[in-house]
Design a protein around this ligand. Structure first.
Ligand SMILES: C[S@@+](CC[C@H](N)C(=O)[O-])C[C@H]1O[C@@H](n2cnc3c(N)ncnc32)[C@H](O)[C@@H]1O
Length: 379
């Protein structure tokens, strides 16, 4: 297990005072216990009693994610596990929010704000993954609170597995691009739905000659992203803009990215963001969208587990996202079928944290646990 103390400091991060950190330590350790130790035991419960009970009641073995859910829903250990998991999620925010409120960070003077940007309903109608106030919470000038809550919350949520800068997804994607397309040298990069810039800054390192931009609808997130980047001496510019209609000129970027954005948008918005990516790309440019693992559709158990995010963790689109044909969506957005590729960014972080099973090296290789990556080129 990683250490709570390892998250890299910067001017806007608020880890809190002694008691805050003690509470965060509990939330961090408890979450790790629930996701790494108790989660695998749900499979044991399924194999040893819930599947047999389902077969007895229905005359058939549980095969689909829906069957598995029916088999598990009445199981006492599983219900206890679900309750503990939800509690672990709420404890993250309960331990992080007071630390931020006690010492509110301010700043973000370099961010480009636009008060006319309205957060889309699919993100304002609900506190996604139970984060109090959601992404668009804003107290006005210089407010960074939502960014500070998100930054520390993600570190706890991912048990530190995203690295001390919470940047594993962007770093993996940038490394993948460098390896697959060594001659590709984007001059202008836009990271859509950039949040606090976790995945944006790795592109500053991967392409030091490039102009790097990030956009998000949350004003406090982009201010925080600006403050965080400047604190580390990274040259990236953050904008309050909607990824569905950014307002940047046509063909303005050579690389348009997003990271873990798609599963938090509606199906309609996902298509609009792909169309916007196409519009923004200069000839020879690439759109690269990275998101949650999709696994093999035949893996009913993994699907069942993943769908719990929608059932119990305020992630309304997570379930639907997994069944969208991303290739077809990219083609519908304007890309030619032959210019669209789907791949997997293999990552231990996913095997450990998202799939919630401890895989042997052989099993991990077989499953190819990782983030899904969509690459769409504009000729
Ligand atoms: C799960 S967070 C990911 C943030 C960041 N990409 C990262 O990897 O840490 C999803 C982000 O997408 C943003 N978002 C959702 N819909 C958006 C839209 N239509 N335009 C811009 N940002 C959006 C949210 O505000 C949130 O910051």
């Amino acid at each position: 297990m990683k250490s709570l103390a390892d998250q890299t400091d910067h001017a806007a991060l608020r880890k809190g005072a002694h008691d805050d950190r003690a509470r965060q330590d509990f939330a961090f350790t408890f979450r790790n216990l629930v996701t790494s130790e108790w989660m695998p035991s749900t499979r044991t419960v399924f194999d040893k009693r819930a599947a047999a009970a389902f077969a007895r009641d229905t005359g058939a073995a549980p095969e689909t994610p829906r069957d598995i859910r029916k088999a598990m829903d009445g199981d006492s250990w599983y219900r206890f596990y679900l309750s503990a998991r939800r509690t672990s999620q709420e404890l993250i925010w309960e331990s992080v929010v007071p630390a931020v409120e006690a010492d509110l960070p301010t700043g973000g003077a370099g961010a480009n704000l636009d008060a006319s940007v309205v957060p889309p309903r699919y993100m304002s109608a609900i506190d996604i993954h139970c984060m109090p106030g959601g992404y668009a919470e804003d107290q006005g000038d210089g407010d960074l609170a939502a960014g500070a809550v998100y930054d520390r919350g993600v570190y706890l949520y991912m048990s530190g597995l995203m690295g001390p800068r919470n940047d594993a997804v962007g770093a993996l994607a940038a490394a993948y691009l460098k390896a697959q397309f060594p001659a590709f040298a984007p001059a202008r990069i836009l990271d859509m739905g950039c949040g606090v810039g976790h995945a944006t800054l790795p592109y500053c390192d991967a392409y030091p000659e490039a102009e790097v931009h990030g956009c998000d609808v949350g004003p406090a997130l982009v201010r925080y992203a600006d403050e965080r980047a400047r604190s580390w001496g990274k040259a990236a510019t953050f904008h309050q803009r909607d990824a569905e209609a950014t307002g940047f000129p046509d063909r303005n970027f050579d690389l348009v990215t997003s990271h873990i954005l798609f599963h938090e948008t509606s199906t309609r918005a996902l298509g609009a963001i792909l169309a916007e990516s196409y519009r923004l790309l200069a000839p020879g440019g690439m759109a690269v969208h990275v998101d949650q693992p999709r696994f093999d559709g035949a893996d009913a158990w993994a699907t069942f587990l993943q769908e719990n995010e929608t059932y119990y963790n305020n992630e309304p689109f997570w379930r639907k996202y997994r069944s969208i044909n991303l290739h077809a969506a990219a083609v519908a957005a304007g890309f030619a079928a032959d210019d669209v590729t789907l791949d997997i960014l293999t990552a231990d972080v996913v095997a450990q944290s998202q799939n919630n099973v401890k895989l042997s090296p052989e099993a991990a290789a077989k499953r190819r646990a990782g983030f899904s990556i969509l690459i769409a080129r504009r000729p």
